[in-house]
Design a protein around this ligand. Structure first.
Ligand SMILES: *[C@@H]1O[C@H](CO)[C@@H](O)[C@H](O)[C@H]1NC(C)=O
Length: 615
């Protein structure tokens, strides 16, 4: 213990000197202390691995009867969650040969069973693959098979989606369990009855062969190209991410509202694991509802909310009410709120501290805006930078690669300029890569950045850091764009468009829409010779194969597709040209809700620009 105290004192001394005249001194100091606590926790786990499950057991011991999950009309205490997950672990052991280290895939919406299943698997020492419950057919099969899972556990409401791919699963000898009491489909076994029959007696957790580097989860990201990729999230990362809430100022008496999908890292790692880290009560919701949001917060005395930028804007766009400030929410933790929405939100809903966090699921360096500076996604902190070196480097958006100097090294941008954010890959800041996808893993690594042989994680994000050390998000590069909080891989969308019978070539990109975060999908299409565009058929196709956020909202028909010197499709110019029919002479189509692709008119364009038509 003495060595820790000495370490803290030594660490604090230079900060005291460094930040003496800094208006954010106290914030910086308290962030430093939290960061040191995280370091201590990790080093304890290095000696005697307990992981996030250890945190959960601590909660159960400390306050067994405290509410853990509140969902719809039911609530579950920590001890109940412990027992439920014991039953899951026992039911799984009885029907599947799962060894510690094996993987099971969860294909579930937000519901308490998601949590019991994961805890049950964690007790068996198994890895959980968290499948996005919006994906279907080819993508679903791909996601399932790239994590080598032996078992698929499916929510009762997703039976149809699994029946579609059942023949392929059967061929691979996969056991499929559904959370219902009966199931008469051959090849799908009911699981709820098996859980009910199992004993809730404690199972001894299988942690003996695990350590901080063992995979804990697979979380799927729509990275730069092609189908979703399974980011390997190891135990260390889970522990680090679960500490983010406390670094953002969440306390153990808080009540946190989780409506973001549990299959993403925001909902699962920051939300759920963060709650376990501090032993909080979680109000879990199936999905976001703007009209119920504040009523839920009032009903359950919610004090902490999570967000993505879009959600904050939806909340600001709801009709004003007299009781807008009648709630106990004191802190909002999330990512992607725009500066104007931020100001509107505070103005409308009262004094809520907003804490922006930045980091990719598979990324190795992130930021926390612990000061609450409007518009910033984080703050530089010299200890953080020393421990996890990173840089903003000059980037050529047309060539889609970093600019290199005469010696072949990258160039750091001066303070205040926008650059590509890269994080040095090291033992302390590892990049675990993607399961069974060496090519994509390699693609995210940038070599020889500042010296021969060094290695950096390429975030794909353009950031800016001002002279006070605040970090701002500028844009995303390359083959993905973000819409409604989801990353959309342009090549995946293009692959689907290419299977439409009249499409010869497809180039997918994201375009900015006034008053919206991120970019909405647009595609330039080249039609096959002597074939006509069919708006209904195109709509049926994207509707069947793509989740709503990934469907191109605008189509542009081109006779010839522009390509770069290296035959890469030109996206930047097309994205800049946007979707204004007054400017673009090519035929333009607009995806009208529930109708299909209809010719884009100036009226539609004006309504979108003025914000009367919301996308
Ligand atoms: C919320 O807080 C109020 C007053 O502090 C209390 O009366 C009420 O029981 C609380 N509700 C819940 C669901 O905890």
């Amino acid at each position: 213990m003495f060595s820790y105290i000495l370490y803290i004192a030594l660490a604090l001394l230079p900060i005291l000197l460094y930040y003496w005249k800094n208006p954010y001194f106290l914030d910086d100091l308290s962030y430093t202390i939290s960061a040191i606590k995280v370091g201590i926790r990790l080093s304890k786990n290095r000696k005697n691995f307990q992981g996030i499950l250890g945190r959960f057991f601590d909660d159960v011991k400390k306050h067994p009867h405290k509410k853990f999950i509140v969902f719809e009309d039911a609530s579950y205490t920590y001890i109940q969650a412990d027992k439920e997950s014991n039953k899951v672990a026992r039911a799984l052991s009885a029907h599947v040969q799962l060894k510690p280290g094996d993987t099971a895939a969860l294909f579930l919406g937000n519901e308490p069973h998601f949590v019991w299943m994961w805890l049950g698997l964690a007790k068996l020492g198994c890895t959980a693959a968290l499948l996005n419950n919006n994906i279907r057919s080819k993508s679903l099969l791909h996601c399932f098979s790239c994590c080598d899972a032996k078992v698929l556990i499916v929510g009762a409401d997703l039976r149809g989606a699994v029946e579609e791919v059942l023949p392929a699963l059967k061929q691979q000898g996969i056991q499929v369990f559904i959370l219902s009491e009966h199931c008469d489909v051959e090849g799908i076994q009911s699981f709820s009855d098996k859980i009910q029959q199992a004993s809730d007696e404690p199972v001894s957790p299988q942690l003996a062969n695990l350590n901080l580097k063992s995979p804990a989860l697979y979380i799927y990201t729509s990275g730069t190209t092609g189908l979703p990729k399974a980011a390997v999230v190891n135990q260390e990362r889970v522990l680090m991410a679960s500490c983010l809430q406390s670094m953002a100022g969440v306390r153990s008496d808080d009540v946190v509202y989780i409506y973001l999908p549990l299959y993403h890292s925001a909902g699962f790692l920051m939300g759920l694991c963060g709650a376990i880290d501090q032993g909080l009560t979680v109000i879990l919701r199936r999905k976001f509802s703007a009209s119920n949001f504040w009523n839920d917060c009032r009903k359950h005395n919610v004090t902490v909310i999570q967000y993505i930028g879009e959600i904050m804007r939806y909340l600001c766009n709801t009709p004003k009410k007299d009781n807008d400030r009648d709630h106990k929410v004191r802190l909002a933790v999330g990512n992607g709120i725009r500066a104007d929405t931020w100001a509107d939100f505070l103005d409308r809903f009262g004094n809520i501290r907003i804490c922006e966090c930045y980091g990719a699921t598979e990324g190795n360096v992130g930021f926390v805006n612990y000061v609450g500076k409007i518009g910033a996604i984080g703050r530089e902190h010299f200890l953080h930078k020393k421990a996890n070196p990173y840089a903003l480097i000059r980037y050529d958006t047309e060539k889609e690669e970093p600019v290199r100097d005469s010696r072949g090294f990258c160039i750091e941008v001066p303070v205040g300029e926008t650059g590509l954010f890269v994080g040095k890959i090291s033992k302390r800041a590892p990049f675990s890569g993607y399961a069974k996808n060496k090519q994509q893993t390699e693609k995210k690594k940038l070599k020889d950045v500042f010296e021969k042989g060094d290695l950096y994680f390429n975030s794909g994000d353009l950031l800016r850091i001002d002279d006070e050390g605040f970090v701002y998000f500028q844009d995303r590069i390359g083959d993905t764009f973000r819409w409604k909080g989801e990353n959309v891989a342009t090549t995946e969308v293009a692959d689907h468009l290419l299977t439409v019978d009249f499409v010869e070539e497809a180039n997918v990109y994201g375009v900015k829409v006034p008053g919206h975060e991120g970019r909405i999908g647009m595609a330039a299409l080249k039609l096959k010779e002597n074939m006509d565009f069919d708006g209904k058929a195109a709509y049926q196709h994207v509707k069947n194969y793509l989740p709503s956020y990934a469907r191109p909202r605008f189509l542009r028909i081109q006779d010839d597709m522009a390509v770069t010197g290296t035959f890469k499709q030109m996206k930047v110019t097309l994205a800049e040209e946007g979707f204004n029919p007054a400017v673009i002479k090519d035929p333009l189509y607009f995806l009208e809700d529930n109708k299909g692709y209809v010719p884009m008119t100036q009226e539609t364009f004006n309504s979108i620009s003025e914000g009367t038509l919301r996308l």
